[in-house]
Design a protein around this ligand. Structure first.
Ligand code: ASP
Length: 322
């Protein structure tokens, strides 16, 4: 019996050593739980393009959308832990457990952790012909004309929803909210004038602001954003302490071999040093996290701390998704 177990272990070791030698032997999928063209997708595609150069295989971004990012995260949690499926997700990984009464996965139990990536601040933008002229006027308008305002977001679990919820709470108002499956379609609606206001990451808003397709009112941060030095913060405009900076991490299904985590992680870290990537990310207002945060253990600890941070805030706001 013992001999049988030893033979099985030996075979397992030989198999994993062999797999480690040949990994990656086929295309690797990086799941993004929001629509193509949105901020999470832009980040994933920027990194994937660079990774494919050092990783020895193509990294393909797949958009598995819906329910504020929880559908894509659930798909990866249940995927086979082969080393060929990864998830790129943001702060929503930490807010979903408080927002959803039933969640199909446990962020702290059902994943392996690869690396933290970048922090991206949020901005408050509106359709180009929206009446308020300044950030101050916008906040007054949202307070006094709340029943006329449509506020777009990507559903509970999305950071645009979190920001919308905190904004309404800070202003003491309730606006009409319109949900999309990512902020790419929300932004298209904003450009088309079908919705009024959106809170979204700079990685998507900056190019549209530069092209004058939308109006930028404020940074949803305490300190001004380096890439937008002339834009006032919500804190400056009177919403003291308001800050939504979005962090990002890469995960794999629980049980994914360490060799795969290490090699995929190494390619990710190389991409975060690629001058083409860093230039693009800096232009889009993103900040690459220090190397000490680019480890599996740092991501796991950060996620736990963020769940502990956001759970009481979300519960106090009284927002739930079914
Ligand atoms: N910006 C989105 C969010 O609100 C996600 C996306 O579309 O990438 O979470």
């Amino acid at each position: 019996m013992n001999l049988l177990i030893s033979i099985a272990c030996l075979w397992g070791l030989m198999f994993s050593a062999q797999a480690a030698d040949t990994y990656p032997s086929r295309v690797v999928t990086l799941v993004v739980p929001f629509t193509a063209g949105g901020p999470t997708d832009v980040l994933a595609r920027t990194l994937a393009a660079s990774m494919s150069k050092t990783f020895g295989q193509t990294v393909v971004v797949e958009n598995r959308i819906g329910a504020g990012g929880t559908i894509g995260a659930g798909i990866v949690a249940k995927a086979a832990p082969t080393g060929y499926t990864f998830l790129l997700h943001h702060t929503g990984m930490a807010t979903a457990p408080a927002l959803y009464r039933k969640l199909s996965y446990d962020p702290l139990k059902d994943f392996e952790y690869v690396s933290q990536l970048v922090d991206v601040p949020m901005t408050l933008v509106a359709r180009r012909d929206f009446a308020p002229k300044t950030g101050k006027e916008l906040l007054d308008y949202l307070k006094t004309q709340k029943e006329k305002v449509n506020l777009a977001h990507s559903g509970p679990g999305a950071v645009s929803h979190l920001c919308a919820m905190l904004l309404q709470q800070a202003l003491g108002v309730q606006m009409t909210t319109v949900s999309y499956q990512g902020t790419a379609p929300a932004l298209t609606a904003l450009v088309g004038g079908h919705v009024d206001v959106l809170c979204d990451q700079t990685t998507q808003t900056i190019p549209h602001v530069k092209a004058q397709r939308i109006k930028l009112y404020a940074a949803a941060t305490r300190k001004r954003i380096g890439a937008l030095p002339d834009t006032p913060t919500l804190d400056e405009l009177g919403l003291k302490g308001f800050e939504v900076v979005v962090w990002h991490g890469v995960y794999a299904p629980k049980g994914t071999p360490k060799e795969a985590i290490d090699k995929f992680g190494a390619a990710l870290r190389a991409a975060l040093k690629d001058p083409v990537v860093t230039k693009r990310l800096v232009e889009l207002g993103a900040q690459i996290v220090p190397e000490s945060k680019q480890t599996p253990a740092a991501l796991r600890d950060w996620l736990k701390a963020e769940i502990d941070k956001w759970t009481p805030i979300v519960k106090q706001a009284g927002v739930y998704a079914e």
